[in-house]
Structure formats: structure tokens, C-alpha cells
Design a protein around this ligand. Structure first.
Ligand code: ADP
Ligand code: MG
Length: 206
């Protein structure tokens, strides 16, 4: 069992599962949380993640296959996507793929799902496809306000982690997003994003 990544929330291991490589994701105990609440949160996010990762396949979102779930250990064993997180790709490729990311986020929103943690590390590029992972904070919602929160987060991530290419990335993201949600929903969401920014709870991004 090889430790691949120590995430903010979980440890990611590369393991063997029935003869093939697989990913083991274990949510870690947070010492600062009350132990009862902590185990409840980890269990809840493990359930949410394993269910949603499979559900979104029917919308046409590429995700890893779930092989096994162990709620007692807050662990999920899933297919390894052998590509690279978008975050680690060359700038020109990230700019290109932002359109596809926008398209995928639009599909989720259209189907009443917000991802809840849209970062460029939660999209993996493999064999010309963009896979989506990390659904522990996802929520079923058709509210435009919730969808706008997803957009605000990815915009902030682009601005902080990919500052040099932010403008082209955001433009491409929005064009992909608009292509799936349509012009009416698009305008509504964009207005809410501007409104959130103008409230000053967040710093305005460009
Ligand atoms: N199924 C997978 N296939 C390949 N890499 C993965 C897979 N799941 C997670 N990873 C890698 O581990 C990192 C952290 O996993 P993630 O599920 O996003 O956990 P966290 O909640 O800690 O962010 C990802 O950014 C990715 O690099
Ligand atoms: Mg993640």
C-alpha cells in the first residue's frame, strides 16, 4: 500500500484490488472536531461521495468506478484514473480544458447537483477525457444561488492557483458552462456571481 497524496481531508493510497491497481481514499480524523461529530461527518461525506460518483455517470460525467465502501473506516476503494490532475498540466492545456470543465459543471448544475469543491485538482485528464472526483461536499440543489457558489469557488481557484492564465481560463470555462446550461440560466448565474462579489464578503476577482 503506497501513500500517494495527503489531502486536506483524506489520505490517498495506491493499492491492489482484485488484481488491478486501485485508489483507497480514507477520510482522516480531525482532532479539533468533537469525536462524535467527526465520525458523523466522515461517514456522511463517504456516503455522499460514493453515491454521487456513481449517480453522475448517468448524466454523462466521467468518474472513477467505485469498487468498495467501508463506512466504519470512512474508506472508498475506487478505480485509479491514471492521468494527471488538471492543476499539474502545462498552462496551454489548462486553458484548453477549462472549456470542458465548464461544460461538465454545467451538466451537473442542469441535473440539480452542485459539486461543492471545484478545484483544478479535482479534475483528472486521462485519455482525452476529463474525469471528475472528490464529491464529498456535493449537494442536490436546483437553486441558482448554490450553483453560483460553485462558480465563485472555481473562479477564485483559477485566480490564485493559475493567476497568469486566469482570464483565458475563465472565458473558456464560461463558454463551456453556457453551452450546457443555456443563455437564460447562464445570465441568471453570472448576475448572482457578480452580486456575491459586490457584497464584499469575498474579494472581487478581475
Ligand atoms: N480515483 C483516482 N484516480 C487517480 N488519482 C486520484 C483518484 N482519487 C484521488 N486522486 C488523487 O488524489 C488527490 C486527492 O484526492 P481527493 O479525492 O481530491 O481528496 P481530498 O478530499 O483530500 O481533496 C486528487 O487531487 C488526485 O490527485
Ligand atoms: Mg480534492
Amino acid at each position: 500500500m503506497k501513500l500517494l497524496k495527503k489531502g486536506a481531508e483524506a489520505d490517498i493510497y495506491l493499492i491492489q484490488w482484485e488484481g488491478t491497481r486501485a485508489i483507497l481514499k480514507i477520510r482522516k480524523t480531525k482532532k479539533y472536531r468533537n469525536p462524535v461529530l467527526d465520525s458523523k461527518i466522515r461517514k456522511q461525506r463517504t456516503i455522499r461521495e460514493s453515491q454521487t460518483i456513481s449517480e453522475v455517470k448517468s448524466f454523462g460525467i466521467p468518474t472513477p468506478l467505485v469498487y468498495n465502501v467501508d463506512l466504519k473506516k470512512s474508506a472508498i476503494i475506487m478505480q485509479e484514473i491514471q492521468g494527471k490532475p488538471i492543476h499539474d498540466l502545462p498552462d496551454s492545456k489548462i486553458i484548453d480544458l477549462c472549456k470542458e470543465i465548464g461544460r461538465l459543471v454545467g451538466i451537473m448544475h442542469k441535473n440539480g447537483l452542485m459539486h461543492g469543491d471545484l478545484t483544478t485538482s479535482n479534475f483528472i485528464y486521462f485519455k482525452n477525457q476529463v474525469f471528475v472526483i472528490d464529491f464529498g461536499l456535493s449537494q442536490k440543489t436546483i437553486k441558482s444561488e448554490d450553483h453560483a457558489v460553485d462558480l465563485r469557488l472555481i473562479k477564485e481557484i483559477l485566480n490564485s492557483a493559475h493567476a497568469k492564465i486566469m482570464k483565458s481560463c475563465w472565458k473558456n470555462f464560461l463558454s463551456g458552462y453556457k453551452s450546457t446550461v443555456g443563455p437564460t440560466k447562464y445570465s441568471k448565474i453570472i448576475n448572482i456571481v457578480s452580486e456575491i462579489e459586490s457584497r464584499g464578503r469575498y474579494a472581487t476577482v478581475i
